[in-house]
Design a binder for this molecule. Structure first.
Ligand code: C2E
Ligand code: CA
Ligand code: CA
Length: 796
């Protein structure tokens, strides 16, 4: 729900609540209130009216008495006539008690006294009379049709009779009118109408004593009564009282429906006021919610833009006095936050895309830029560089120096391509891809000692020049804190789109080329070619086959005999690994050993070779064919493997001498404690150590003295090169001499020709091994060879 609708609903709800409550408020309460008010108001009116009538009554009585007591003084004077008129007297007369004959006319205000009061009338009046008092009769009609009230007082010889018109009652009653049909009604002490809104009733002196309120008045009560009014045909409520002492009744009735109406009107106007209130509250709410919500909506829109990666400054409305301070503050803070976020973003970009060691772009950066370049249809080349010898720098000088070397490499690479490091570029630009981002070469570090460079199409024609420069520049020694380190570089590159059609394959192609450069002997560069891929695929196949072959026992030892010089008797055999490949026939170490070494399978091969060749030679021994000695090759991997010492325990007490040939490339100069320990264990097991391939790798006398070998094997490349008086011959001779001076017998391997064997014998070489004497052979052939040799010996 949108905030503005939410606020609107809220306001609406708040303003509707009182209205609904009001509607729910029982309607009757209004009426009740009205009725309560009637009690007071109507009763008060009735009382006032009664008071006025009481005064009137007293005036009538006083005036009547006064006339009777001093008739001479008033007799028909003007002022008396006026007084009587004001009091609505018709006439005042004195009649004879018995005959009814009028004896004296005291006053004839508007009508003369009759000559004689008719007998029935006289009886009625006489019945009213109370000695010494003035009493009133009910309203009656005179002969000429006027309604009057008679007042009488008995005298000594007659009856004083006053007739009073009902004018005053009518006027008094008519003066009271309120509401629509609120009025006054006055009755005489018998309940006949003196004043009433219906003129007929007044004229006809309607007997109202049937009405409950009237009955209560006549019973001289005061109060409020509801009743049905036949005159007004409806329920009425009336305040009523009576006039003391004469007993006339006064009541102030009003239709209840009118009160109801009034209550309705009051309620309705309440509703209207509320509705107006709600409407204006709504309008106000709308205004407020729009004003209040706008900044929030702006901030929300800006936030979603930011979430979408758009970091433009938000277009927020400026601070306004009409807004709460909190909102202005919020807008201001939000702007600040976006600014800060932008700043942070550049820093994060820098961190996310930068390699912290070299300040170059990192792998992520390269991927991103490559994807963009390829996406934009740019062509170019990707160059991968792997440092040679960097591991040694780390091992020897520590990681701090290693990091510094990497930094120097980064700088040199940037120099070669004439570009800046990413860390030297304004961080704001990092992460944004400008259209011409690919005009320049891009130098990045992938991690470890691997670097990658994107070379745009404009510069691809110079790629070999660049590669050559890189190899040369990285060969230059790096001098740090006085220490000098040397590294090299193997460089491979591949072109887009010629060699690959996407980033991942381009990286793979460049990687294959680099791998090839490394294999080809470092400090080289190689361009990717499809043939390379085939070669590498073959290597992959080979890998799988080696693993499979090892599992299936396709690897086995061949034995090449070694001979004592000069008599050429067999002194022992060297076990050499062969692979009986199911498709490609018999393979020699040259075909698979490098790959096996890369797969770290050399140790496993050596273990198998030791076990199988020992087994085979034991087998020969059981056939009565005795081999004086067995030499097995011992790789560094095997030498350092934790299982090797255990294997040594199994080769004690063999019927022949067991010798391990150590390749000279094992770091013999600086024997670490573990290797030295293993060598001791070999000797302790009664085995011998031969130093293999002597004269080829970094030969050192120290190494020789360190391991004190039982034999020195001169490398076959030296031996096979021997010719009369040449360097090889001199070299071989001096090695033999050195061996003898250290009391170490010397084996020459790779003697191709019998002539070479002769020369070796002349040079006092102790043993010889070579095709001229015997080739490596299967165990069965070895058995035949040894038997034949034994026969020759016997026959010789
Ligand atoms: P290596 O230990 O120096 O073995 C001697 C190599 O010289 C053998 O080659 C052998 O066939 C060859 N050879 C002997 N006489 C002559 C000769 O008159 N002329 C020529 N041209 N070559 C001769 P192979 O069997 O191909 O072995 C090559 C290398 O493979 C070995 O050199 C050794 O370093 C390695 N190797 C062979 N078998 C094993 C093994 O079981 N374990 C380990 N770790 N390495 C082995
Ligand atoms: Ca060997
Ligand atoms: Ca050798």
């Amino acid at each position: 729900m949108k905030l503005r609708y939410f606020l609107l609903t809220l306001f609406l709800f708040l303003s509707m609540t009182p209205l609904l409550l009001f509607q729910a408020w029982p309607h009757s309460e209004v009426l009740e209130g009205e009725l309560d008010e009637v009690h007071e108001r109507h009763l008060l009116l009735a009382r006032n009216l009664a008071a006025a009538l009481e005064r009137y009554y007293r005036d009538l009585v006083t005036t009547f008495d006064l006339l009777l007591d001093t008739p001479e003084a008033w007799s028909e004077t003007k002022s008396m006539v006026r007084v009587l008129d004001n009091l609505s007297f018709r006439h005042v007369c004195i009649a004879d008690w018995d005959t009814g004959k009028v004896t004296l006319t005291l006053a004839s205000a508007s009508a003369p006294c009759p000559d004689t009061i008719p007998e029935t009338e006289l009886d009625r009046l006489k019945a009213l009379a109370v000695p010494g008092e003035v009493t009133f009769g009910p309203v009656v009609q005179t002969a000429d049709g006027e309604n009057v009230l008679h007042m009488v007082r008995p005298l000594e010889d007659g009856l004083a009779v006053g007739a009073v018109r009902t004018t005053y009652f009518r006027e008094l009653g008519e003066a009271i009118s309120f509401g629509v049909r609120g009025h006054a009604a006055i009755v005489d002490h018998t309940g006949k109408a003196l004043s009433h809104p219906l003129p007929d009733w007044v004229a006809a002196r309607k007997d109202m004593s049937g009405i409950s309120a009237v009955q209560r008045m006549l019973a001289r009560q005061t109060g409020v009564e509801t009743f049905y009014s036949p005159a007004l045909k409806g329920d009425m409520i009336a305040g009523f009282t009576f006039v003391h002492p004469v007993g006339w009744g006064v009541m102030i009735p009003q239709p209840i429906a009118e009160l109801q109406q009034k209550a309705d009107i009051a309620r309705r106007s309440g509703v209207i006021v509320l509705a107006i209130g709600v409407a204006s509250a709504l309008a106000l709410a709308l205004l407020v919610s729009l004003r209040v919500v706008r900044p929030i909506e702006q901030i929300s829109r800006a936030s979603s833009r930011i979430a979408g990666g758009e970091f433009g400054l938000p277009d927020l409305q400026g601070s306004s006095r009409l807004l709460p301070v909190e909102f202005n503050e919020l807008s201001r803070r939000f702007r600040e936050m976006v600014l800060r976020l932008r700043e942070n973003l550049s820093t994060i970009n820098a961190l996310a895309y930068q390699d912290l060691v070299t300040g170059l772009g990192n792998r992520t950066y390269l991927h991103q830029q490559l994807d963009n370049a390829i996406g934009a249809g740019q062509s170019g080349a990707l160059m991968l560089i792997d440092l040679d010898g960097f591991k040694a720098v780390n091992d020897v000088h520590g990681h701090d120096v290693g990091d510094k070397v990497l930094e120097v490499v980064g700088k040199r690479l940037c120099e070669v391509f004439g570009v800046e490091r990413l860390s030297d570029i304004d961080p704001e630009e990092t992460g944004q891809i400008s259209p011409d981002a690919f005009r320049n070469c891009l130098v990045t570090r992938l991690g470890g000692d691997e670097f990658a460079i994107w070379i745009p199409s404009e510069k691809v024609n110079r790629i070999e020049e660049f590669a050559g420069l890189i190899v040369d520049r990285l060969k230059e020694p790096v001098v740090l804190d006085g220490a000098q380190t040397r590294i090299g570089a193997s460089v491979g590159f591949a072109c887009f789109p010629e060699h690959a059609t996407d980033r991942s394959n381009l990286m793979k192609a460049a990687d294959l080329a680099m791998y090839d450069a490394k294999k080809a002997g470092k400090d080289r560069f190689v361009m990717y070619s499809p043939a390379l891929r085939t070669a590498i695929q073959q290597e992959r196949t080979l890998t799988a086959e080696i693993l499979n072959g090892l599992e299936k026992g396709q690897f086995l030892p061949y034995f090449q005999p070694q001979f004592r010089l000069p008599d050429q008797t067999v002194s022992g055999v060297e076990a050499l690994v062969r692979w009986e490949h199911p498709d490609r026939g018999l393979l020699s170490p040259h075909d698979f050993l490098d790959t096996a070494k890369d797969l770290n399978l050399l140790g496993e091969i050596d273990a198998m070779m030791l076990e199988r060749s020992v087994g085979l030679l034991k087998g020969l021994g059981e056939q009565g064919i005795n081999v004086p000695a067995l030499a097995v090759n011992l790789s560094e991997e095997r030498l350092t493997s934790p299982e090797f010492p255990d294997a040594l325990k199994l080769v004690r007490d063999l019927p022949f001498e067991l010798r391990f040939e150590l390749v000279e490339t094992i770091a013999l100069d600086n024997l670490d404690a573990h290797v030295a320990g293993v060598l001791d264990q070999i000797r302790a097991a009664g085995c011998l150590l031969d130093l293999d391939d002597f004269g080829m790798a970094n030969a050192s006398v120290m190494g020789l003295m360190n391991i004190e070998p039982s034999h020195i094997k001169i490398d076959r490349n030296l031996v096979s090169g021997i010719e009369a008086g040449n360097t090889f011959e001199r070299l071989v001779r001096s090695i033999i001499d050195m061996g003898h001076s250290l009391n170490i017998p010397v084996i020459a391997e790779g003697a191709d020709t019998l002539e070479q064997v002769e020369r070796l014998a002349t040079m006092q070489c102790d043993f010889a091994q070579g095709f001229a004497l015997a080739k490596p052979m299967q165990v069965d052939d070895l058995a035949v060879f040894l038997k034949a040799g034994a026969q020759t010996e016997r026959t010789a």
